[in-house]
Ligand binder design. Structure first.
Ligand code: XUL
Ligand code: CO
Length: 437
């Protein structure tokens, strides 16, 4: 097969002083930092949907992307050829993982049986390319939102047949993920929400969504799939309200339906901002619940209020992200998955390299800075000292559950007033972070 990126050789680490746009300035896969290689800390993944299926179309205009390896047809043959281009790209980039939706990799047929056959035919090539290159599947997922049948949702559809179809589709996507040695499986509820409450039985829809996830948990056990299940929060787009709106809503849903032991969260930056939160907030909510699993790394445009899925280049963002990830023990099953797309105006194949190199370097810097901040220790010491009143005396008593309102009243009556507060020192801490950036 002809090379898809003939002018591009393996992307190498050349150090911070390099002016080569096709080299890493900060990501040095083998470099050990805080006891692990950068490769193992960051576990980068390339997404199939944006990088190999993104056309550059938007609501106002047609696709713009030049993808010489793609013949533009929906044939299985074209899908198989595309796999070679994808693995050439991922290998030259040096990312250890990739992710897909079932419908990104293989075309839909007229029936589910035909679609599954197409999927198997392409999965065979994925399997061979994984073997040839050593690139692994971070997670698979089912696209249960694009086809018109999913207009009312998949697990939350008012049409029971559509629920059954989604279940069948998820079953197959889990099987293929398992066959390809996938390390996880993600559920993003593309249309699991509503456009208007006037036509919606919310309680029933939520019950159904939980049913679908329980069926998946059961099937996972039956086929012996050991990968991690993830839910990916997103508040809106395409629906007005998505049930998995943010980390807290997902955790509440999982707890209510006894699903929490089986799931972790896959947190996406632009989804966090759509929810009116920071990425760090979403990571902290997930981490505190022991449910921080993986991240979809991207960013939005502060002046555009939609899911622009841009590549992350902001060092503060990657620093705060890595601070939270390291705090909760680092990425184990999950990774830094670039759910990001090049701009419509960046239509040449080489732009895919610039985008990923930039994202990987931004995360490498975030990792190094976060490790340095943790090593320095002043930030953690400050936070620890801020809560010192809880380490002994009345604070320790409250935390251990050994007090009552009556006792607390007696305590304060005796003191007359609470001990004086200390400054929150926000500006001091912001300056401290800037010492490391
Ligand atoms: C959509 C989104 C999805 C999920 C996988 O906003 O993030 O691509 O990551 O279904
Ligand atoms: Co995503």
């Amino acid at each position: 097969m002809k090379a898809a990126f003939p002018e591009i050789t393996e992307i190498r680490y050349e150090g911070a002083s390099s002016k080569n746009p096709l080299a890493f300035k900060h990501y040095n896969a083998e470099e050990i930092i805080a006891g692990k290689t950068m490769r193992d800390h960051l576990r980068f993944a390339v997404v199939y949907w944006h990088t190999f299926r993104g056309t550059g179309s938007d609501p106002f205009g047609a696709g713009t992307m030049q993808r010489p390896w793609d013949d533009g047809t929906n044939s299985v043959k074209n899908a198989q050829n595309r796999v070679h281009a994808a693995f050439e790209f991922i290998q030259k980039l040096g990312a250890p993982y990739y992710c897909w939706h079932d419908r990104d990799v293989a075309p839909e047929g007229k029936t589910l049986a035909e679609t599954n056959k197409n999927f198997d035919a392409v999965a065979k090539v994925l399997q061979a390319e994984q073997k040839r290159t050593g690139i692994k599947l971070l997670w698979g997922t089912a696209n249960a939102f694009s086809n018109p049948r999913y207009m009312h949702g998949a697990g939350t559809s008012c049409n029971a047949d559509v629920f059954a179809y989604a279940a069948a589709q998820i079953k197959k996507a889990m099987e293929v993920t398992h066959e390809l040695g996938g390390e996880g499986y993600t559920f993003w509820g593309g249309r699991e929400g509503y456009m208007t409450l006037l036509n919606t039985d919310m309680k029933r829809e939520l019950d159904h969504l939980a049913k679908l996830l329980h069926l998946a948990v059961d099937y996972k056990k039956q086929i012996g799939f050991k990968g991690q299940f993830y839910i990916e929060p997103k508040p809106k787009e395409p629906t007005k309200h998505q049930y998995d709106s943010d980390s807290a809503a997902c955790l509440n849903f999982l707890r209510e339906y006894d699903l929490l032991p089986h799931f972790k969260l896959n947190i996406e930056t632009n989804h966090a901002t759509l929810a009116g939160h920071t990425m760090q907030h979403e990571l902290e909510v997930a981490g505190a619940a022991g449910a921080l699993g993986s991240i979809d790394a991207n960013t939005g445009d502060e002046l555009l209020g939609w899911d622009t899925d841009q590549f992350p280049t902001n060092i503060y963002l990657t620093t705060y992200t890595m601070l939270s990830i390291l705090k909760y023990g680092g990425l184990t099953t999950g990774g830094v998955n670039f759910d990001a797309k090049v701009r419509r105006e960046s239509f040449e194949p080489v732009d895919l390299f610039h985008a990923h190199i930039g994202g990987m370097d931004a995360f490498a810097r975030g990792l190094k800075i976060a490790v340095a901040i943790r090593k320095d220790g002043r930030l953690a010491e400050f936070v620890k000292a801020r809560y010192a009143s809880w380490d002994s005396g009345i604070g320790a008593k409250i935390e251990s559950g050994k007090t009552s309102l009556r006792e607390l009243e007696t305590y304060i009556l005796k003191k007359g007033e609470a001990a004086a507060n200390n400054s929150g020192r926000q500006e001091f801490l912001e300056n401290l972070i800037n010492e490391f950036i």
